[in-house]
Design a protein. Structure first.
Length: 738
C-alpha cells in the first residue's frame, strides 16, 4: 500500500514483525525513495537483507543499488548439526561423493581396514604446515590402518610417543613434528574413526537445479565449540539439517535422546528462521534393520517426535517427514536423491524473493578469492577495510566493463558497510571494528581446538599443554602464536589484529598485554568445590541478601549466552570486580565495596535460569553508585544483563525476586543452592524509553546515571516465602529506615 500510494511521504513501520518483503514491492519502493521517508528498522528482515537495521537511510541506499543491478541468489549453505557421533560427517561425505560410491562405502570402514589412500587423506587434513609431508610419508612407506600401531609407543599411562620406526621414516621429511604426529596417530587408533573437531567446511558443492548449489558445513558436537557455532549458525539464508540416530528415539538413557528438540531450540534462540530452512534426518538405520531396535516402535516414535518438532518450529520445517539416511549399497542412491529433492525444495522456499545487488555478490567472490590465496600461502584470512577497498580497486581495473557500480563501494563508506553487513549475513565474513575475517566458517573452532584438552581429537594438532585446565581459561599470547604456527606463516606479524577481532566478538577479553581470558575454556563448577570454604560466599557473615532470577519461558538457554555475558561484564566492569579464579562456565563471583559486597552470577542450563544474588554484612553495603545512580548492586547487574539479552531477541525471560532470608541461600551438597520461593515480577515501565539507551555512554558499568531505573519491575503478589515463612521486604531503603 505504501509503495502504491504516491501521496504517502512518511511511513514508520519499525518494530512490526516484518520478516520479508517481496522483490516486486522492493523495486516499487526503490522508485519512490526520492520522495518517501520509510523506516523498517527493528524488523527481522531477511529480504532485503538488512536485518534489524533497515532505517530510512540504509533502506534508501540499499534499494537504490538493488534497482540498478538486481540478481537472484544462486548459492546457499547447509549447516549439518547434531551431537557428536550422530553421522554428520558421514552424511556430508555421502552427498558430495555421488560419483564415487565405492570410495564412500570404504570411508565407513574402521581405521584398521583403511588403505593407504584413506590414511593419506586423513594426514593431509591435519591442519599443519607439515601435513602434506606426513601424507607423502604414508604413501612412500605404504602404511595402512593395520600398520599404525607400529609407529607409536604408548606407556602404561596412555601417553604416546614416536616409535623408532616413525623416527627413522620421518628423517627424510624434516618438517614433520614426530611427537605431534604420534599423538594424532594414537588418538586415531583409540577412537577408531575420524571425528570432526570444531567446524569443517566440506569440500565440493551439491548442485540442486535451477543454477543453484549448496555448500555444506559440518558442525562438531563438542560443547566447547558451541560458542563459536552461535556466530555462524545465526547467519541469514542458510539451511540447517539436524541429525538424530534412530536407536535414540526409544531410550531416554541414550546419549542422543532429544537431539532434534535440543538443536531446534538452539537454532530458534539465535534468530528468526525462514520457512523451509530447517530439515530433520534420522541416521543409523542399519541398527534398526539389523533388529537391535524394534522397527515398528521406532518408526512410530520418530513420526511422533517429528510432528512435535514441526508444530513448534513456527514454519521453519515445511517438509512432511524426516529424511531417512540409509547408506547401504543398494539404498544410498535413493537416499542421496531424496536428500537433494528436500534441499531443492527448501532452497526454493528460503531464497524466494531474495534478490541482492550484483555488486554484493561480486564483492563476496572477491573476498573468497582473497581467502583462497591466503590459504594457499598459509596466511591468516584477515583483512582491514582499507585492504578490502584495495582489492576492489584491483578488480575494477581488471574488469572495468562490469564494475561501474562496484566502484561506488570504494568511495561511499556507508554503502561499503552495507555490503559488508550483507556478507556477514550470509556468512562470508565477520567484522569487528576495522578487522574482517574472511570465510570464517570453521576458523574460530579450529583456533579454539588448539586449547581444548581432548586426547581423542585427531583432525587438528593441539598444543599438548597439561596445564591448560589450571590456567582456568587464560591463554598466553605466546601460546596463541605457537598454536597458529601449526597452520600459518609468521602469525606474530598479525597477532594484534587477531586478538582485536576475537575481543571485538567477545570470544575473549584481555587480562594484560600478554594474556587473554577465553570464557568458553573455563571449567565447570565442580560439586567438590565449596564456594563457602573458598571464602567467596560467607553466608555466616551476611545479614543482607537480594536476588533476581531470569527464567527462559521456553525452557532453553543457548550454551554460549552466559559465557558471552561473563565476557561482557568482565571487560566493562571496574578492574578487580571479576577475576578468572572466581569464574567458571556456569558461575562467577563479583567483589565490590572493598570485597565486603559479593554478587553471585549463576546459570543453570537444565533449569533454564540465570540468578543474580547480592550479599553483604549490611543493607547499606549492597548499595553502589552515587546520586541518581545509587541503587542495589543487584538492580544494576540486572540492568546490564537485560541490555545484553537484547542480542537474543528470540528468547523470552520471566523474572522473579528471590527470598531475602540468608538461610534460603545456604549451601547444600557442598555447593551454593537456593531453596526459597520465587516471587514473580511484572514490568511497570514501557520498553520504548530504553531502546535508545546506551550503557557505555550513560556510564552504567560504573553505576552512574539512571540506567537502573529503566524497565522497572513490581511484584505480582505479596506472600511470605514458603520455605522459611518470612514476609519479604525487598526495598533496601525500607529496611534501612526501619
Amino acid at each position: 500500500a505504501v509503495a502504491a500510494h504516491t501521496s504517502i511521504t512518511t511511513a514508520n513501520l519499525s518494530d512490526n514483525d516484518f520478516q520479508s518483503i517481496s522483490i516486486e514491492t522492493q523495486l516499487k519502493l526503490a522508485g519512490r525513495m526520492t520522495t518517501l521517508d520509510m523506516d523498517l528498522s527493528l524488523n527481522a528482515l531477511s529480504s532485503p537483507p538488512l536485518g534489524r537495521l533497515a532505517d530510512s537511510t540504509n533502506l534508501r541506499n540499499y534499494l537504490t543499488l538493488l534497482a540498478s543491478e538486481k540478481t537472484a541468489v544462486t548459492r546457499i549453505r547447509l549447516m549439518v548439526c547434531g551431537h557428536g557421533g550422530v553421522g554428520k560427517s558421514t552424511f556430508a561425505r555421502a552427498i558430495t561423493s555421488e560419483n564415487d560410491p565405492s570410495g564412500f562405502q570404504a570411508s565407513l570402514s574402521p581405521v584398521v581396514e583403511w588403505g593407504t589412500d584413506r590414511l593419506m587423506d586423513w594426514a593431509s587434513r591435519l591442519g599443519t604446515l607439515w601435513a602434506e609431508d606426513a601424507a607423502r610419508l604414508i604413501f612412500d612407506e605404504g602404511i595402512t590402518g593395520k600398520d599404525l600401531t607400529n609407529y607409536v609407543d604408548t606407556d602404561s599411562g596412555g601417553n604416546s610417543s614416536p616409535s623408532e620406526l616413525l623416527n627413522s621414516c620421518s628423517s627424510t621429511y624434516q618438517s614433520i613434528d614426530t611427537a605431534s604426529f604420534a599423538k594424532a596417530i594414537s588418538a586415531l587408533c583409540a577412537k577408531g574413526y575420524l571425528s570432526t573437531v570444531g567446524v569443517v567446511k566440506v569440500q565440493g558443492q551439491v548442485p540442486i537445479g535451477d543454477n543453484r548449489t549448496v555448500s555444506l558445513v559440518d558442525f562438531a558436537g563438542q560443547s566447547e565449540f558451541l560458542v563459536s557455532h552461535q556466530l555462524l549458525l545465526s547467519s541469514l539464508h542458510t539451511l540447517c539439517l539436524i541429525i538424530q540416530p534412530a536407536p535414540s528415539f526409544e531410550s531416554r538413557d541414550h546419549r542422543h535422546y532429544g537431539s532434534w528438540k535440543y538443536w531446534r531450540q538452539f537454532l530458534s534462540s539465535l534468530g528468526d528462521r525462514r520457512r523451509g530452512s530447517l530439515l530433520l534426518a534420522v541416521s543409523q538405520l542399519d541398527k534398526v534393520l539389523a533388529g537391535e531396535v524394534n522397527n515398528c516402535d521406532c518408526e512410530d516414535l520418530i513420526s511422533n517426535e517429528f510432528k512435535k518438532i514441526k508444530e513448534r518450529s513456527s514454519g521453519a520445517i515445511s517438509c512432511t517427514e524426516a529424511l531417512r539416511l540409509d547408506y547401504r549399497p543398494g539404498s544410498i542412491a535413493d537416499t542421496i536423491y531424496r536428500a537433494k529433492q528436500a534441499l531443492s525444495k527448501s532452497t526454493n522456499e528460503v531464497a524466494h524473493s531474495w534478490w541482492v545487488p550484483n555488486s554484493y555478490e561480486t564483492l563476496s567472490k572477491i573476498a573468497q578469492n582473497v581467502a583462497k590465496t591466503k590459504s594457499a600461502n598459509h596466511e591468516l584470512p584477515i583483512l582491514t577495510r582499507d585492504e578490502l577497498v584495495h582489492e576492489i580497486n584491483n578488480f575494477c581495473e581488471r574488469v572495468p566493463q562490469s564494475s561501474a557500480l562496484l566502484g561506488k563501494l570504494t568511495t561511499d563508506p556507508r554503502l561499503l558497510q552495507k555490503a559488508i553487513e550483507y556478507m556477514e549475513a550470509v556468512g562470508d565474513v565477520m567484522q569487528a571494528g576495522d578487522q574482517l575475517l574472511i570465510d570464517p566458517i570453521g576458523w574460530f573452532s579450529t583456533f579454539l581446538a588448539h586449547f581444548v584438552k581432548d586426547d581423542l581429537a585427531v583432525s587438528t594438532i593441539q598444543i599438548d599443554n597439561s596445564a591448560l585446565k589450571k590456567q582456568r581459561g587464560t591463554i598466553h599470547l605466546a601460546d596463541v602464536i605457537e598454536a597458529l604456527e601449526h597452520e600459518y606463516v609468521s602469525p606474530h606479524e598479525h597477532i594484534a589484529q587477531i586478538m582485536e577481532l576475537l575481543c571485538g566478538l567477545e570470544l575473549c577479553v584481555p587480562l594484560d598485554e600478554t594474556s587473554f581470558l577465553f570464557p568458553c575454556l573455563l571449567p565447570h563448577l565442580s560439586p567438590c568445590i565449596e564456594l563457602l570454604d573458598e571464602g567467596f560466599l560467607n553466608i555466616s557473615d551476611v545479614s543482607a541478601v537480594r536476588g533476581h532470577r531470569f527464567r527462559e519461558s521456553s525452557g532453553f538457554i543457548p550454551p554460549g549466552l552466559f559465557l558471552g555475558l561473563v565476557a561482557r561484564l568482565f571487560q566493562r566492569l571496574a578492574p578487580g570486580t571479576m577475576e578468572p579464579t572466581r569464574m567458571w562456565k556456569d558461575c562467577a563471583v563479583l567483589f565490590l565495596n572493598n570485597k565486603s559486597t559479593r554478587v553471585l552470577l549463576r546459570c543453570d542450563l537444565d533449569e533454564s535460569i540465570i540468578d543474580v544474588v547480592g550479599m553483604a554484612p549490611s543493607s547499606e553495603q549492597i548499595f553502589v553508585g552515587a546520586a541518581k545512580g545509587q541503587a542495589s548492586i543487584v538492580i544494576w547487574i540486572v540492568h546490564l544483563i537485560k541490555m545484553f539479552l537484547r542480542n537474543y531477541s528470540q528468547l523470552k525471560f520471566d523474572e522473579a525476586w528471590l527470598c531475602t532470608n540468608p538461610e534460603c541461600h545456604a549451601s547444600r551438597d557442598g555447593r551454593y543452592s537456593y531453596h526459597g520461593s520465587e516471587f514473580p515480577l511484572l514490568s511497570r515501565a514501557t520498553s520504548k524509553k530504553s531502546k535508545a539507551h546506551d550503557c557505555d555512554a550513560e556510564g552504567c558499568q560504573r553505576f552512574l546515571g539512571v540506567g537502573h531505573s529503566l524497565d522497572l519491575m513490581q511484584l505480582s503478589c505479596h506472600e511470605p516465602c514458603t520455605t522459611c515463612g518470612k514476609s519479604q521486604v525487598f526495598r533496601l531503603r525500607d529496611v534501612i529506615d526501619d
